[in-house]
Design a protein around this ligand. Structure first.
Ligand code: PMP
Length: 426
């Protein structure tokens, strides 16, 4: 079949759902034909510097020779095989990397097919753990406002109750517990008051709570908010005190984005269950993991249903595992820490002056994340068009214009991005 760009775009508009769009009145989509390094190429030949890393994922840039090679080599051997009763080296190797790189108590790896599913599995692990321990009344989760954990039902139920989709699914989503968003910013001196409502909720509901779930340090899609590592330490302390499981959703923060390999390292604490995704495959394909401690893994397995009740068709997909291994090797072989620090320094220098713009409410930079928060929500279609005209691909949402660039981005391209951000926020 041959058709023109205009023809397939028109078909797309009529038939394809895009993320968070209407089928009747969708926002415009830009036809992309290729991606190389830190640039995306539009069908009309224009090249855009990519500020999104395709939503935090493409940390090494696009069309990476080492990741391509891993994909080709694995596809020539075995693209997929069921994981039930089958073991393969790409999965074992990936699990070994993850067990070695994450905090020591995390020893058991569940390979999931997307970030949301890894959160579902994390929640299922926590609930099943308590069933196995003879405490099935522990059904509730405690989290913090401003969070985002994915779009499936268990995930939605712990997303921010105001910004999330709770109002649409009232009466359908389980009712969980929400502490206020931590107020102490990442670099600020700790205010012990910040944890008091969390502590009160934990204390009041201690016999019903199965687990606490939070995004460590960076709350991403729920508002791009960076909070104090001390908050994580306090949460860990309280979970230990009350014997409640702790889940860290590191799907956005994992693999160096915040300046540490994992955000949990900022607080030097270890969760009982941890979710990883996004940059796991360097942005090549969907794959996520849920890691668990021995306490959780054995605790589940000693129960009345001695197996973890989850096993998707494409679990452990060898192509995705092989690319994830290549992505981790590429990351570890690079000077990623210096690169992320360098990006952080330039973003700070470039973006902080925007604090004085009348439209700008706040500026935040941490690791390879740069955020301009406006007083009012942006007009997505208009601002996106303006950004494309300026030669960049940045996808604002709500009041936020932000970037999560590839770690390999050079200074000129980064300044191109930050200049465009400031231009549309002036
Ligand atoms: N948790 C966090 C912190 C995320 O940022 C996301 C994705 N934006 C998810 C979960 C869901 O991941 P996915 O979109 O791969 O289902």
């Amino acid at each position: 079949m041959t058709w023109t760009t205009q023809e397939w775009l028109a078909f797309d508009r009529e038939h394809l759902w895009h993320p968070y769009t209407s089928m009747l009145n969708p926002l415009p989509c830009y036809p992309m034909v290729s991606a190389q390094g830190v640039c995306l190429k539009l069908a009309d030949g224009r090249e855009l510097v990519d500020g999104t890393g395709s939503w935090w994922c493409a940390i090494h840039g696009y069309n990476h020779p080492r990741l391509n090679q891993a994909l080709h080599e694995q596809s020539a051997k075995m693209s997929h095989v069921m994981f039930g009763g089958v073991a393969h080296e790409p999965a074992a190797k990936l699990a070994k990397y993850l067990v070695d790189l994450t905090p020591e108590p995390l020893q058991h790896v569940f390979l999931a097919d997307s970030g949301s599913i890894s959160v579902e599995v994390a929640i299922k692990m926590a609930l099943q753990y308590w069933v196995s321990q003879g405490q099935p009344q522990r059904k509730r989760l405690l989290t913090i406002r401003g969070g985002y954990h994915g779009d499936t039902f268990a995930c939605m139920s712990v997303c921010d109750p105001v910004n999330g989709m709770h109002h649409l699914f009232q009466g359908i989503l389980p009712q969980h517990l929400f502490a206020p968003r931590p107020k102490t910013r990442f670099h600020e001196a700790w205010n012990p008051e910040d944890i008091s409502e969390f502590r009160r909720l934990l204390d009041t509901h201690q016999t019903e709570i199965a687990a606490v779930i939070v995004e460590p340090i960076v709350q991403g899609a729920g508002g791009m908010w960076f909070y104090s590592p001390q908050y994580l330490r306090e949460v860990r302390k309280l979970c230990d005190e009350y014997n409640i499981l702790l889940i860290f959703d590191e799907i956005a923060t994992g693999f160096g984005r915040t300046g540490k390999l994992f955000a949990t390292h900022h607080g030097d604490v270890c969760p009982d269950i941890m979710c990883l995704g996004k940059a796991l495959t360097g942005g090549y394909m969907t794959l996520a993991v849920t890691l668990a401690t021995q306490k959780v893994a054995y605790g589940i397995s000693q129960g009345q249903a001695p197996m973890l009740m989850h096993g998707p068709t494409f679990m452990g997909n060898p192509l995705a595992c092989a690319v994830a291994c290549a992505s981790i090797e590429t990351l570890l072989a690079s000077a990623w820490q210096e690169r992320v620090k360098g990006l952080e320094r330039i973003m700070r220098e470039e973006l902080m002056p925007a604090r004085d713009y009348p439209k700008v409410a706040d500026v935040r930079v941490l690791g390879a994340i740069g955020v301009l928060e406006l007083h009012e929500a942006v007009n997505m279609a208009a601002v996106q068009a303006q950004l494309v005209d300026l030669g960049v691909w940045i996808r604002p949402f709500g009041k936020l214009v932000y970037i999560t660039p590839a770690y390999v981005m050079d200074e000129a391209d980064l300044r191109h991005l930050t200049t465009a951000m400031k231009q549309v926020c002036q």
